[in-house]
Design a protein around this ligand. Sequence first.
Ligand SMILES: [Zn+2]
Length: 162
Amino acid sequence: MTSHAPEGYDCPFCAVVQGTEKDGVATKQVDIVHQTDLLTAFVSSHQWPANPGHVLIVPNGHVENLYELPSEWAEPFQAATQLLARALKKAFDCPGISTRQHNEPAGGQDVWHYHVHVFPRFEGDELYGSDRQRVSEDVRSKQAEQIRRALKILEEREYGEE
Ligand SMILES: [Zn+2]
């Protein structure tokens, strides 16, 4: 399969997973809201203004796109997507959720490490109808805190605690 990553690609998502991100890289450790042996979920550094707090889920191992994703990762990935969808609903009180996953330039992919977008949706938000914007670390860390709090509530409910 053809790779679209340039020679010697300095993968920003691998850096986040490994905690080795540099100053110039947008996503930071503070953005991480959920991490397992297999995957990492973090608040997106670039967001659409009407859909604040959208999350990306990436495999911890470098895989460029859907074609290369090991099939045994599909179930844990879907489970994490569902978990984050529930957490975003709780965190941001959004009436809907969308997930998107893009492959190759023609498919709208621009980071060469497989990722699933989970978006809070609102009536008439026209997702992708406006330009995405880089969101400050300060705003993202507050969004991440809200999501982590929602995840904790969901987790406690799962285990039957008050
Ligand atoms: Zn990577």
